[in-house]
Design a protein. Structure first.
Length: 303
């Protein structure tokens, strides 16, 4: 079954040949690869969806200040701000993506979808979509199955890790998962779902991984919000049958090629980009000193 997730084209062909939906194929893959029954897989996703929603609430209701001080209740500030740039829904989307990711930066419980660094995107996207369109729980679970299939192929053809392919691989994959999920929930067809993935990734290509002080906080948290916005804009475009022109498999190959040629300093090493700015380096030094200060004194009793 592994071959199914080598390409989007292969996934689509398998659906056509076997008269199966995208989500049914992912369930079959789970059964073949991990011996999990349909019920187990769906229950597992249902539990993950619950954790995602809880992370949104936690980020919007509890104190979210990271030890470095770089994260300081940003989601709540956005959520409560009286003026909406576009609409209240858009403001909610941004605040929720920030909220779930802030929970991760403050060491709370999240779902790595597909990674912890990108853990705000799917919760922000799905929570807001469900609220606006009244999507049933079962359909959200099907959307999560499709999102998982999207991530499997992206991992296979390129990467989903910032340390391997830059931030395009991490937040880019999460945005592609979210975009495909939106189009599915709004009754888009397979072409439109894959087109949404292609358009999303086209918008995320080249994004480097440059976390300040090596902490998954800045720019990670705000990138979760922008990736959630791109997931929505791409879904809107794809639903209207506007073509990505470059087929989805080729777009993902381009992402892999860009990731492979990215310099090491842009792959989570905190040696380039924002991490290498004067302010970034000052913060890194301060974080290092405070880490040393909380280490127990050498020779001091350990109890
Ligand atoms: S900048 Fe790096 S660590 Fe931060 S979200 Fe992107 S890939 Fe992850």
């Amino acid at each position: 079954m592994g071959f199914l997730f080598d390409s989007f084209e292969g996934w689509k062909d398998y659906c056509a040949q076997n008269k199966m939906s995208l989500s049914e194929v992912v369930l079959e893959y789970e059964r073949a690869q991990k011996g999990r029954s349909t019920l187990d897989t769906r229950n597992g996703l249902s539990a993950a969806w619950k954790v995602m929603k809880e992370a949104v609430h936690t980020g919007l209701e509890e104190e979210m200040k990271s030890r470095s001080g770089m994260i300081d209740n940003g989601a709540k500030k956005v959520y409560r701000y009286p003026k909406a740039v576009l609409s209240r829904e858009f403001q909610n989307l941004i605040a929720r993506a920030l909220a779930a990711k802030e929970v991760n930066s403050c060491m709370g419980r999240i779902v790595a979808a597909p990674t912890a660094g990108a853990s705000g995107i799917m919760p922000g996207v799905l929570y807001t979509l469900q609220e606006i369109h009244n999507i049933e729980e079962d359909k959200i679970i099907d959307a999560m199955l499709i999102a998982a299939g999207i991530a499997l192929i992206m991992e296979q053809k390129a990467s989903i890790a910032g340390a391997v392919g830059g931030c395009q691989a991490e937040t880019g994959t999460a945005a592609a998962m979210g975009s495909g999920a939106i189009v599915f929930c709004l009754d888009g067809n397979i072409e439109q779902i894959f087109n949404a993935v292609a358009i999303t990734v086209q918008c995320m290509l080249g994004l480097v991984c440059d976390p300040v002080a090596g902490l998954v906080e800045v720019p990670c948290v705000v990138r979760n919000a922008s990736a959630a916005a791109i997931a929505n804009s791409s879904a809107q475009i794809a639903l209207a049958d506007v073509s990505s022109v470059i087929p989805v498999d080729e777009v993902i190959e381009a992402m892999g090629e860009i990731g492979a040629s990215m310099e090491t300093r842009y792959k989570e090493t905190a040696l380039g980009g924002l991490a290498a700015t004067k302010t970034g380096q000052r913060i890194a030094k301060r974080v290092l000193i405070s880490d040393i200060e909380i280490l127990p004194d050498e020779g001091a009793p350990s109890s």
